[in-house]
Design a protein around this ligand. Structure first.
Ligand code: HEM
Length: 350
Protein backbone atom coordinates (compact mmCIF):
# COMPACT_ATOMS: atom_id res chain seq x y z
CA UNK A 1 0.00 0.00 0.00
CA UNK A 2 1.52 3.33 -0.98
CA UNK A 3 1.47 6.18 1.47
CA UNK A 4 -0.88 8.03 -0.85
CA UNK A 5 -3.49 5.30 -1.19
CA UNK A 6 -3.25 4.66 2.50
CA UNK A 7 -3.88 8.32 3.22
CA UNK A 8 -6.82 8.49 0.89
CA UNK A 9 -8.48 5.42 2.25
CA UNK A 10 -8.10 5.49 5.97
CA UNK A 11 -7.09 8.96 7.03
CA UNK A 12 -5.47 9.93 10.27
CA UNK A 13 -5.12 6.46 11.78
CA UNK A 14 -3.22 5.41 8.72
CA UNK A 15 -0.87 8.36 9.00
CA UNK A 16 -0.08 7.32 12.53
CA UNK A 17 0.60 3.74 11.43
CA UNK A 18 2.72 4.90 8.56
CA UNK A 19 4.74 7.13 10.77
CA UNK A 20 5.53 4.08 12.83
CA UNK A 21 6.40 1.91 9.84
CA UNK A 22 8.33 4.25 7.57
CA UNK A 23 11.70 5.51 8.65
CA UNK A 24 11.43 9.25 8.77
CA UNK A 25 13.25 12.28 10.00
CA UNK A 26 16.28 10.28 10.97
CA UNK A 27 19.23 12.33 12.09
CA UNK A 28 19.93 15.90 11.12
CA UNK A 29 20.44 17.84 7.98
CA UNK A 30 24.02 17.50 6.83
CA UNK A 31 26.51 19.57 4.93
CA UNK A 32 27.09 17.91 1.56
CA UNK A 33 23.93 15.80 1.68
CA UNK A 34 24.02 15.49 -2.12
CA UNK A 35 27.74 14.66 -2.39
CA UNK A 36 27.09 11.17 -3.68
CA UNK A 37 23.55 11.44 -5.11
CA UNK A 38 24.18 14.64 -7.08
CA UNK A 39 27.75 15.86 -6.63
CA UNK A 40 27.20 18.90 -8.83
CA UNK A 41 24.08 20.07 -6.94
CA UNK A 42 25.67 22.99 -5.11
CA UNK A 43 27.69 24.14 -8.12
CA UNK A 44 24.57 24.16 -10.31
CA UNK A 45 22.80 26.38 -7.78
CA UNK A 46 25.80 28.69 -7.59
CA UNK A 47 26.11 29.01 -11.33
CA UNK A 48 22.45 29.97 -11.87
CA UNK A 49 22.45 32.37 -8.92
CA UNK A 50 25.72 33.96 -10.08
CA UNK A 51 24.36 34.44 -13.57
CA UNK A 52 21.36 36.37 -12.23
CA UNK A 53 23.36 38.27 -9.64
CA UNK A 54 25.66 39.53 -12.39
CA UNK A 55 22.81 41.53 -13.91
CA UNK A 56 20.61 42.05 -10.87
CA UNK A 57 22.18 42.44 -7.44
CA UNK A 58 18.73 42.53 -5.85
CA UNK A 59 18.46 38.74 -6.00
CA UNK A 60 20.18 38.58 -2.61
CA UNK A 61 17.27 40.40 -1.02
CA UNK A 62 14.78 38.31 -2.95
CA UNK A 63 16.15 35.01 -1.64
CA UNK A 64 16.70 36.17 1.93
CA UNK A 65 13.09 37.21 2.23
CA UNK A 66 11.80 34.08 0.47
CA UNK A 67 13.88 31.89 2.83
CA UNK A 68 12.48 33.69 5.90
CA UNK A 69 8.88 33.55 4.70
CA UNK A 70 9.22 29.88 3.77
CA UNK A 71 10.89 28.77 6.98
CA UNK A 72 8.57 30.69 9.32
CA UNK A 73 5.43 29.18 7.79
CA UNK A 74 5.29 25.44 8.38
CA UNK A 75 9.06 25.10 8.26
CA UNK A 76 11.64 25.27 5.47
CA UNK A 77 9.73 23.09 3.03
CA UNK A 78 9.43 25.21 -0.12
CA UNK A 79 5.68 25.52 0.37
CA UNK A 80 6.03 29.22 -0.41
CA UNK A 81 6.84 28.32 -4.02
CA UNK A 82 3.59 26.58 -4.89
CA UNK A 83 1.72 28.80 -7.30
CA UNK A 84 -1.94 29.46 -6.62
CA UNK A 85 -4.51 28.28 -9.14
CA UNK A 86 -7.98 29.65 -9.82
CA UNK A 87 -9.37 27.03 -7.50
CA UNK A 88 -6.79 26.96 -4.78
CA UNK A 89 -5.00 29.79 -3.07
CA UNK A 90 -1.58 29.07 -1.62
CA UNK A 91 0.89 30.83 0.68
CA UNK A 92 1.81 33.05 -2.22
CA UNK A 93 -1.70 34.54 -2.14
CA UNK A 94 -1.24 35.82 1.42
CA UNK A 95 -0.61 39.54 1.96
CA UNK A 96 2.97 39.30 3.30
CA UNK A 97 3.99 37.16 0.32
CA UNK A 98 2.54 39.31 -2.46
CA UNK A 99 5.88 41.04 -2.96
CA UNK A 100 8.12 38.04 -2.44
CA UNK A 101 10.11 37.50 -5.61
CA UNK A 102 12.70 35.24 -7.21
CA UNK A 103 10.43 32.26 -7.86
CA UNK A 104 11.49 31.87 -11.48
CA UNK A 105 15.14 31.66 -10.55
CA UNK A 106 14.48 28.85 -8.10
CA UNK A 107 12.56 27.04 -10.80
CA UNK A 108 15.39 27.59 -13.25
CA UNK A 109 17.80 25.97 -10.80
CA UNK A 110 15.37 23.11 -10.35
CA UNK A 111 15.06 22.57 -14.11
CA UNK A 112 18.84 22.43 -14.41
CA UNK A 113 19.08 19.96 -11.56
CA UNK A 114 16.29 17.79 -12.91
CA UNK A 115 18.19 17.54 -16.19
CA UNK A 116 21.32 16.40 -14.38
CA UNK A 117 20.04 14.52 -11.33
CA UNK A 118 16.34 13.77 -11.74
CA UNK A 119 14.19 13.65 -8.62
CA UNK A 120 17.04 14.21 -6.23
CA UNK A 121 17.40 17.77 -4.97
CA UNK A 122 14.56 19.33 -3.02
CA UNK A 123 13.22 22.80 -3.69
CA UNK A 124 13.62 23.65 0.00
CA UNK A 125 17.34 22.92 -0.27
CA UNK A 126 17.54 25.01 -3.43
CA UNK A 127 16.11 28.01 -1.55
CA UNK A 128 18.61 27.52 1.28
CA UNK A 129 21.57 27.11 -1.08
CA UNK A 130 20.54 29.99 -3.34
CA UNK A 131 20.22 32.25 -0.30
CA UNK A 132 23.66 31.22 0.93
CA UNK A 133 25.22 31.88 -2.47
CA UNK A 134 23.47 35.20 -3.00
CA UNK A 135 24.54 36.40 0.45
CA UNK A 136 28.17 35.53 -0.31
CA UNK A 137 28.02 37.20 -3.72
CA UNK A 138 26.80 40.38 -2.03
CA UNK A 139 29.85 40.52 0.22
CA UNK A 140 28.41 38.53 3.10
CA UNK A 141 29.73 35.38 4.74
CA UNK A 142 30.20 32.21 2.69
CA UNK A 143 28.97 29.57 5.09
CA UNK A 144 28.31 25.85 4.88
CA UNK A 145 24.60 25.16 4.80
CA UNK A 146 23.35 21.70 5.74
CA UNK A 147 20.94 20.08 3.27
CA UNK A 148 18.56 17.14 3.13
CA UNK A 149 15.26 18.99 3.52
CA UNK A 150 12.10 17.55 2.01
CA UNK A 151 9.46 19.64 0.33
CA UNK A 152 6.14 20.03 2.05
CA UNK A 153 2.63 19.12 1.06
CA UNK A 154 0.82 22.07 2.51
CA UNK A 155 0.52 25.57 1.14
CA UNK A 156 -2.40 27.51 2.51
CA UNK A 157 -2.62 31.30 2.88
CA UNK A 158 -4.30 30.86 6.26
CA UNK A 159 -1.07 29.48 7.68
CA UNK A 160 0.89 32.62 6.79
CA UNK A 161 1.41 34.41 10.08
CA UNK A 162 4.42 36.67 9.82
CA UNK A 163 5.41 39.78 11.77
CA UNK A 164 4.34 43.13 10.35
CA UNK A 165 6.55 46.22 9.99
CA UNK A 166 4.75 48.33 12.59
CA UNK A 167 5.11 45.93 15.49
CA UNK A 168 7.00 46.74 18.63
CA UNK A 169 10.16 44.80 19.36
CA UNK A 170 8.44 42.66 21.96
CA UNK A 171 5.52 41.90 19.66
CA UNK A 172 7.88 40.93 16.86
CA UNK A 173 9.90 38.79 19.24
CA UNK A 174 6.89 36.62 19.97
CA UNK A 175 7.10 35.32 16.40
CA UNK A 176 10.80 34.57 16.73
CA UNK A 177 10.73 33.00 20.17
CA UNK A 178 7.94 30.72 18.95
CA UNK A 179 10.42 29.39 16.39
CA UNK A 180 13.23 28.99 18.93
CA UNK A 181 15.19 32.19 18.33
CA UNK A 182 16.66 34.49 20.95
CA UNK A 183 16.11 38.22 20.92
CA UNK A 184 19.71 38.74 19.78
CA UNK A 185 19.18 36.30 16.91
CA UNK A 186 16.07 38.24 15.87
CA UNK A 187 18.11 41.45 15.71
CA UNK A 188 20.78 39.63 13.70
CA UNK A 189 18.27 38.14 11.26
CA UNK A 190 16.69 41.56 10.79
CA UNK A 191 20.16 42.52 9.61
CA UNK A 192 18.91 41.01 6.32
CA UNK A 193 17.45 44.47 5.82
CA UNK A 194 21.01 45.44 4.91
CA UNK A 195 19.80 44.68 1.38
CA UNK A 196 16.52 45.10 -0.43
CA UNK A 197 13.63 47.47 -0.51
CA UNK A 198 10.31 48.22 1.13
CA UNK A 199 7.21 49.51 -0.60
CA UNK A 200 5.91 52.82 0.69
CA UNK A 201 2.79 51.19 2.08
CA UNK A 202 4.98 49.63 4.76
CA UNK A 203 6.34 52.90 6.16
CA UNK A 204 4.13 55.71 4.80
CA UNK A 205 2.49 56.24 8.18
CA UNK A 206 5.86 57.30 9.60
CA UNK A 207 6.05 60.20 7.13
CA UNK A 208 2.87 62.06 8.04
CA UNK A 209 0.41 60.47 10.42
CA UNK A 210 2.38 58.27 12.74
CA UNK A 211 0.14 56.17 14.96
CA UNK A 212 -2.73 58.58 14.35
CA UNK A 213 -0.89 61.59 15.80
CA UNK A 214 -1.19 63.64 12.60
CA UNK A 215 2.59 64.14 12.72
CA UNK A 216 5.56 62.23 11.34
CA UNK A 217 7.45 59.70 13.43
CA UNK A 218 9.72 61.92 15.54
CA UNK A 219 12.34 59.18 15.63
CA UNK A 220 13.04 59.46 11.88
CA UNK A 221 15.97 61.54 10.68
CA UNK A 222 14.50 64.64 8.94
CA UNK A 223 16.61 64.24 5.80
CA UNK A 224 15.46 60.65 5.44
CA UNK A 225 11.87 61.75 5.98
CA UNK A 226 12.20 64.34 3.22
CA UNK A 227 13.75 61.79 0.86
CA UNK A 228 11.13 59.11 1.52
CA UNK A 229 8.34 61.67 1.15
CA UNK A 230 9.69 62.55 -2.30
CA UNK A 231 9.92 58.88 -3.27
CA UNK A 232 6.47 57.93 -2.04
CA UNK A 233 4.52 60.97 -3.21
CA UNK A 234 1.48 62.47 -1.55
CA UNK A 235 -1.02 59.66 -2.02
CA UNK A 236 -0.98 55.89 -1.40
CA UNK A 237 -0.81 53.76 -4.54
CA UNK A 238 -1.88 50.22 -5.30
CA UNK A 239 0.84 47.73 -4.32
CA UNK A 240 1.86 47.00 -7.90
CA UNK A 241 2.54 50.69 -8.52
CA UNK A 242 3.78 51.55 -5.06
CA UNK A 243 7.31 52.99 -5.14
CA UNK A 244 10.06 51.43 -3.06
CA UNK A 245 12.92 52.70 -0.92
CA UNK A 246 16.15 50.95 0.06
CA UNK A 247 16.05 49.51 3.55
CA UNK A 248 19.76 50.26 4.03
CA UNK A 249 20.24 53.80 2.85
CA UNK A 250 24.02 53.47 2.76
CA UNK A 251 25.22 50.23 1.12
CA UNK A 252 21.95 49.00 -0.33
CA UNK A 253 23.25 45.95 -2.19
CA UNK A 254 25.97 44.84 0.21
CA UNK A 255 25.60 42.39 3.06
CA UNK A 256 27.42 44.28 5.80
CA UNK A 257 26.68 45.90 9.16
CA UNK A 258 25.80 49.32 7.73
CA UNK A 259 22.11 48.66 8.41
CA UNK A 260 22.83 48.92 12.14
CA UNK A 261 24.88 52.08 11.67
CA UNK A 262 21.96 53.60 9.79
CA UNK A 263 19.66 52.75 12.68
CA UNK A 264 22.00 54.57 15.06
CA UNK A 265 21.58 57.63 12.82
CA UNK A 266 17.76 57.31 12.96
CA UNK A 267 17.70 56.20 9.35
CA UNK A 268 15.73 53.01 9.72
CA UNK A 269 13.05 52.93 7.03
CA UNK A 270 10.39 50.78 8.67
CA UNK A 271 9.23 51.21 12.23
CA UNK A 272 10.43 47.77 13.33
CA UNK A 273 13.92 48.59 12.06
CA UNK A 274 14.18 51.87 13.95
CA UNK A 275 12.70 50.41 17.11
CA UNK A 276 15.55 47.92 17.33
CA UNK A 277 17.85 50.87 18.06
CA UNK A 278 15.57 52.58 20.56
CA UNK A 279 14.05 49.67 22.48
CA UNK A 280 15.94 49.12 25.72
CA UNK A 281 16.00 45.36 25.15
CA UNK A 282 17.78 45.55 21.80
CA UNK A 283 19.64 48.91 21.71
CA UNK A 284 22.90 47.46 23.00
CA UNK A 285 22.74 44.58 20.51
CA UNK A 286 22.35 47.10 17.68
CA UNK A 287 25.27 49.22 18.81
CA UNK A 288 27.42 46.13 19.31
CA UNK A 289 26.72 44.89 15.78
CA UNK A 290 27.21 48.38 14.35
CA UNK A 291 30.75 48.47 15.68
CA UNK A 292 31.77 44.90 14.87
CA UNK A 293 31.37 43.98 11.22
CA UNK A 294 33.24 40.68 11.45
CA UNK A 295 31.18 39.71 14.46
CA UNK A 296 27.96 40.53 12.64
CA UNK A 297 28.91 38.51 9.57
CA UNK A 298 29.75 35.43 11.64
CA UNK A 299 26.57 35.70 13.70
CA UNK A 300 24.51 36.37 10.59
CA UNK A 301 25.80 33.15 9.01
CA UNK A 302 25.01 31.19 12.17
CA UNK A 303 21.51 32.67 12.37
CA UNK A 304 20.80 31.89 8.71
CA UNK A 305 21.87 28.27 9.23
CA UNK A 306 19.58 28.10 12.26
CA UNK A 307 16.74 29.61 10.23
CA UNK A 308 17.23 26.81 7.72
CA UNK A 309 16.63 24.22 10.44
CA UNK A 310 13.17 25.46 11.41
CA UNK A 311 10.71 22.56 11.40
CA UNK A 312 12.37 20.81 8.50
CA UNK A 313 10.90 17.76 6.85
CA UNK A 314 13.27 14.85 6.38
CA UNK A 315 13.19 11.22 5.36
CA UNK A 316 10.42 9.75 3.23
CA UNK A 317 6.71 9.23 3.43
CA UNK A 318 3.51 10.94 4.39
CA UNK A 319 4.50 10.72 8.03
CA UNK A 320 6.37 13.97 7.39
CA UNK A 321 3.17 15.96 7.56
CA UNK A 322 3.42 18.36 10.40
CA UNK A 323 0.91 17.75 13.12
CA UNK A 324 0.27 21.44 13.63
CA UNK A 325 -1.24 21.90 10.19
CA UNK A 326 -4.81 21.00 9.28
CA UNK A 327 -5.08 17.79 7.33
CA UNK A 328 -7.65 19.57 5.18
CA UNK A 329 -4.84 21.66 3.83
CA UNK A 330 -3.07 18.73 2.28
CA UNK A 331 -3.33 18.69 -1.45
CA UNK A 332 -3.68 15.03 -2.29
CA UNK A 333 -2.43 15.61 -5.80
CA UNK A 334 0.45 17.45 -4.22
CA UNK A 335 4.14 17.08 -4.33
CA UNK A 336 5.65 14.05 -2.71
CA UNK A 337 7.72 14.96 0.27
CA UNK A 338 10.66 15.73 -1.93
CA UNK A 339 10.65 15.19 -5.47
CA UNK A 340 8.40 17.18 -7.73
CA UNK A 341 9.79 17.96 -11.14
CA UNK A 342 9.25 21.68 -10.72
CA UNK A 343 9.07 23.80 -7.62
CA UNK A 344 6.03 25.88 -8.40
CA UNK A 345 3.25 23.48 -9.24
CA UNK A 346 1.37 21.32 -6.84
CA UNK A 347 0.28 18.68 -9.32
CA UNK A 348 3.52 17.54 -10.85
CA UNK A 349 4.72 14.87 -8.51
CA UNK A 350 6.50 12.19 -10.51
C1 HEM B 1 10.12 41.42 12.64
C2 HEM B 1 10.63 40.89 11.57
C3 HEM B 1 10.45 41.40 10.17
C4 HEM B 1 9.52 42.24 9.65
C5 HEM B 1 8.38 42.93 10.36
C6 HEM B 1 9.82 42.39 8.25
C7 HEM B 1 9.07 43.13 7.36
C8 HEM B 1 9.45 43.40 6.06
C9 HEM B 1 8.71 44.22 5.14
C10 HEM B 1 7.36 44.83 5.41
C11 HEM B 1 9.43 44.31 4.01
C12 HEM B 1 9.07 45.10 2.76
C13 HEM B 1 8.51 44.19 1.69
C14 HEM B 1 8.10 44.92 0.44
O1 HEM B 1 7.86 46.10 0.47
O2 HEM B 1 7.99 44.27 -0.61
C15 HEM B 1 10.62 43.54 4.19
C16 HEM B 1 11.61 43.40 3.25
C17 HEM B 1 12.64 42.51 3.38
N1 HEM B 1 12.83 41.63 4.42
FE1 HEM B 1 11.95 41.69 6.19
N2 HEM B 1 10.93 41.66 7.95
C18 HEM B 1 11.34 41.02 9.09
C19 HEM B 1 12.38 40.13 9.20
C20 HEM B 1 13.13 39.69 8.15
C21 HEM B 1 14.02 38.57 8.20
C22 HEM B 1 14.24 37.70 9.43
C23 HEM B 1 14.58 38.46 6.96
C24 HEM B 1 15.54 37.44 6.43
C25 HEM B 1 16.09 36.48 7.14
C26 HEM B 1 14.05 39.54 6.16
C27 HEM B 1 14.44 39.84 4.89
C28 HEM B 1 13.94 40.89 4.15
C29 HEM B 1 14.52 41.34 2.90
C30 HEM B 1 15.81 40.84 2.28
C31 HEM B 1 13.69 42.34 2.41
C32 HEM B 1 13.81 43.09 1.08
C33 HEM B 1 13.03 42.32 0.05
C34 HEM B 1 13.14 42.81 -1.38
O3 HEM B 1 13.95 43.67 -1.67
O4 HEM B 1 12.40 42.29 -2.21
N3 HEM B 1 13.15 40.24 6.90
N4 HEM B 1 10.61 42.99 5.45
Amino acid sequence: MSPWSCYRSTGLLCIVLLSLSIPAAIGDLQVGFYNSSCPQAESVVLSVVSKHFATDHSVTAAFLRMYFHDCFVGGCDASILIAPTKKKKTERSAGPNLTVRGFEIINEVKANLEAQCPSTVSCADIIALATRDAVALAGGPNYDIPTGRRDGLVSNPRNVRLPGPSLTVSEAFQFFSAKGFTLEEMVILLGSHTVGVAHCVFFRDRLGNFQGTGSPDPSMDPSLKAKLTRICGPRPKPLKKDPTAFLDQNTSFVVDNQYYNQLLMNKGVMQIDQELASDSSTASVVSGLASDEAGFLQKFADALVKLGNVEVLMGTGISQIQPSIDRDDVNLQGRDTTLAATCMTSDSAP
